[in-house]
Design a protein around this ligand. Structure first.
Ligand SMILES: [Zn+2]
Length: 133
């Protein structure tokens, strides 16, 4: 699905996050000094203040921490209903991504459900979404 919303602005610290889907890999910034995963991407580790950070491939697997179902077509072309959730990645507790949750029907989405990343290409940006597994 092509999302009829403005695409995210790609900054140096977020480029690998938004373009990593080109090869199907979710990339999360990690600190090389303390191994802490950082999301949203930042140029400085909030845990140890090191500037030695880089984007690393993540597992792409996680759990639905919470979600909501949107039933309102806020913009023309928006297919409803759809689920948007906060996914906690398996890579590190507390690393969470807000994304659409893809399921056969929105009623299938549940807190605690296992999910796996997929990507929707929009121009040069690959929007992470998660599918139920
Ligand atoms: Zn660190």
């Amino acid at each position: 699905m092509t999302v009829p919303f403005p695409l995210p602005a790609v900054a140096p610290e977020t480029e690998t996050f938004w373009t990593g889907g080109a090869d199907g890999r979710l990339r999360i910034t990690a600190c090389n000094a303390c191994d802490h995963r950082i999301h949203p991407p930042q140029l400085i580790c909030p845990r140890c203040l090191s500037r030695d950070v880089e984007a690393r491939p993540a597992s792409g697997k996680g759990t639905v921490a919470t979600f909501t179902i949107n039933r309102q077509a806020w913009v023309p072309g928006l297919a409803v209903p759809y689920a948007i959730g906060i996914v906690e990645l398996d890579d590190q507790p507390g690393v969470r991504i807000t994304a659409r949750i893809l399921a056969e029907t929105v009623e299938c989405v549940a807190i605690g459900a296992a999910v796996e990343v997929a990507f929707e290409k929009n121009d040069d940006v690959f929007i992470p979404v998660f599918r139920l597994v």
